[in-house]
Design a binder for this molecule. Structure first.
Ligand SMILES: NC(=O)C1=CN([C@@H]2O[C@H](COP(=O)(O)OP(=O)(O)OC[C@H]3O[C@@H](n4cnc5c(N)ncnc54)[C@H](OP(=O)(O)O)[C@@H]3O)[C@@H](O)[C@H]2O)[C@@H](O)CC1
Ligand SMILES: Nc1ncnc2c1ncn2[C@@H]1O[C@H](COP(=O)(O)OP(=O)(O)O)[C@@H](O)[C@H]1O
Ligand SMILES: [K+]
Length: 425
C-alpha cells in the first residue's frame, strides 16, 4: 500500500500546529508499518491499492510540478485509487478539475460534504462517495461551512412526504390550474412534453397557449390537456384569468410572437416558471425584469445562465454555486441551474445540490419536462423553493429509474413520465 499524504485534515481535527501534526502523522504511520520513500515519478508496479491523500480542500490553483506528476502516476497505475477527503486536483467548492485530478475508485470524505464532490466534474472523479462526519463536537461541526445542502429524492422523502395526501373529497379545482406558454413553429413538442409532465405530476388542470398550428400536437399527445392557439395578447388574457400558475419558455422561440406572450406573463402576478427562450428574452440587453414581488422559479441550463449573467458558459461552470446565487439575487427568484448536480439557489442565499440524475438526461426535451414538473408542483401549493428542490430531485430520480431499467443511451424525456407519476405518489 502506498500513502501519498498531507496531514491538514488531521491537524484541523486535533487542533495541532502543522509541524506537530506532520510529526504525529508520520510517527503513527511508521508505527503502523508504513515505509515512507521520496516520490520520483514512478510508483511501485506491485501495489494493490493506492491511497490518495495528496491535495485537499485548500487547492485553489492549477496543479503543477511533482504534484501533477504524482496524479498522472496514480491514474496510470492499474491499482484502484482510494481518495481521502477529496480526489487530488478537484476543486472542493466548485467541482472543477484544476488542470488534472485523480480518478478515484472511491472517496471517503470527512466532516462536511463538499459541494465540489457532487456537482460539475466532481462525481466523475470521486467514484463511490462515502461520507463520515467524524465524532466532532457540535461547535467544530458548525464551524465547517455547509455552503449547500445535498438533496436527493430519497433524502427528501425521509425528511417529509413530497405532497400531502389528498383528501377524499378533493377535486381538480383544489389541485391548481397551470397555464403553459410556448411552442413556436416546429417546437410544439417542447410545450406538449412540458404539459404532459405537468399533468403527470398531478396538476388539477393543465392548459397550453401556443401557435395555432401546434394545438393539435398538444391535444394528440395529451387529450387531458387543453390547448388554445394564440396570436395576440388579447387572446392570452382570458387564459391568464383562469390559471393559478404559469410556465413560459419551452419552445417559445425569440420572435415578436414570443415577446408578446412573455410580456403577458411578466405583467401577471401569478407564480411562474421561466425556462429556455423566456430566459433568453429576459437576458437580452434593455430588459429590466426582476421579481421581488412575485413567486418565480428560473430554470436555466449553463448556456442560458451565461446569457442571464452576461458571462460565458466556462465562467458559469467554473463556479456553479456562485452563478446560481448571482442569478437568484439579481432576479429575486429561485433558480435551478441545470446540469450534473443541478444547483438550486434562493434569493435569500439558500443553496441545495441535487445528487440524482445521469448522463442519459443530455437529450433534447429533458428540460421541458422539468418545467412541467415544477409548474405542476407549484400548482399543487408548494412554495417556489420546495417546488424547485423537490421538482429537480423528482425529475432526476425518475431519469435514474428509467436508466436503471433500460440504460442511459437512448433515454428520452417522455420516458420519465411514468416514473414521475410513481415517485410523486
Ligand atoms: N422537441 C422540442 O421541441 C425541443 C425544443 N427545444 C427548444 O429549443 C430552443 C433552443 O434551446 P437549446 O437549449 O437547445 O439552445 P440554447 O439555449 O442555445 O442552449 C445550448 C447552449 O447551452 C449550453 N449548454 C446546455 N446544457 C449545458 C450543460 N449541461 N452544460 C454546459 N453547457 C450546456 C450549450 O453549450 P455547448 O454545446 O457550447 O457546450 C449550448 O451553447 C428552446 O426554445 C427550447 O425550448 C429544446 O428544449 C429541445 C427539444
Ligand atoms: N449529465 C447529466 N447528469 C444529470 N442531469 C443532467 C445531465 N445532463 C443533463 N441533465 C439534466 O437534463 C435537463 C436538460 O435540460 P435542458 O438543457 O434545458 O434541455 P432541453 O432544452 O432540451 O429541454 C436538466 O434538468 C439537466 O439538469
Ligand atoms: K420573488
Amino acid at each position: 500500500m502506498i500513502t501519498l499524504g498531507e496531514v491538514d485534515s488531521h491537524r484541523a481535527a486535533l487542533s495541532l500546529s502543522e509541524s506537530q501534526a506532520r510529526t504525529r502523522a508520520r510517527t503513527e504511520a511508521e508505527a503502523a508499518g508504513v515505509v515512507a520513500t521520496i516520490f520520483d515519478s514512478n510508483l511501485p508496479d506491485d501495489a494493490d491499492l493506492i491511497v490518495d491523500a495528496l491535495l485537499g480542500t485548500g487547492l485553489n490553483a492549477v496543479v503543477q510540478g511533482t504534484f501533477a506528476d504524482a496524479i498522472w502516476a496514480m491514474n496510470q497505475h492499474t491499482a484502484p485509487v482510494f481518495s481521502v477527503d477529496i480526489p487530488s486536483g478537484l476543486n472542493a467548492s466548485t467541482g472543477q478539475i484544476m488542470g488534472s485530478a485523480v480518478n478515484a475508485e472511491s472517496t471517503l470524505t470527512f466532516i462536511g460534504l463538499k459541494p465540489g464532490l457532487i456537482t460539475c466534474d466532481g462525481p466523475d472523479v470521486c467514484g463511490e462517495l462515502y461520507f463520515d462526519k467524524l465524532a466532532l463536537s457540535k461547535v467544530e461541526r458548525d464551524a465547517v461551512p455547509a455552503q449547500a445542502q445535498r438533496v436527493s429524492y430519497y433524502l427528501l422523502t425521509q425528511d417529509a412526504p413530497l405532497l400531502m395526501p389528498r383528501t377524499r373529497n378533493s377535486h381538480k379545482g383544489h389541485n391548481g390550474h397551470a397555464l403553459l406558454l410556448g411552442g413556436d413553429a416546429g417546437l410544439g413538442g417542447a410545450i406538449s412534453m412540458a404539459a404532459d409532465a405537468c399533468c403527470r405530476v398531478g396538476a388539477g388542470l393543465t392548459s397550453c397557449a401556443t401557435r395555432p398550428e401546434n394545438v393539435s400536437v398538444v391535444l394528440a399527445r395529451r387529450p387531458e390537456c387543453m390547448a388554445a392557439g394564440v396570436n395576440s395578447g388579447l387572446e392570452v388574457q382570458p387564459l391568464l384569468e383562469r390559471a393559478t400558475v404559469l410556465a413560459c419558455g419551452p419552445g417559445l422561440g425569440r420572435t415578436s410572437w414570443a415577446e408578446l406572450l412573455l410580456q403577458q406573463v411578466i405583467q401577471s402576478d401569478l407564480p411562474v416558471v421561466l425556462d429556455a427562450d423566456a430566459l433568453n428574452i429576459i437576458a437580452s440587453p434593455g430588459s429590466q425584469t426582476e421579481f421581488s414581488e412575485r413567486d418565480v422559479v428560473l430554470t436555466p441550463h449553463p448556456g442560458e445562465a451565461a446569457r442571464l449573467l452576461d458571462s460565458t458558459i466556462a465562467d458559469v461552470q467554473s463556479d456553479r454555486l456562485a452563478a446560481a446565487t448571482a442569478i437568484a439575487e439579481t432576479y429575486h427568484a429561485v433558480v435551478i441551474l441545470k446540469g450534473h448536480g443541478s444547483v438550486i439557489a434562493g434569493p435569500d442565499g439558500r443553496l441545495a445540490i441535487c445528487t440524482d440524475g445521469n448522463p442519459g438526461m443530455g437529450t433534447g426535451g429533458m428540460g421541458d419536462v422539468l418545467t412541467g414538473v415544477v409548474a405542476g408542483l407549484l400548482a399543487q401549493g408548494l412554495s417556489p423553493w420546495e417546488a424547485a428542490v423537490r421538482g429537480a430531485c423528482l425529475h432526476s430520480a425518475a431519469a435514474d429509474m428509467a436508466a436503471d431499467s433500460d440504460g442511459v443511451r437512448g433515454l428520452l424525456a417522455t420516458d420519465l413520465l411514468p416514473y414521475i407519476r410513481q415517485l410523486v405518489n
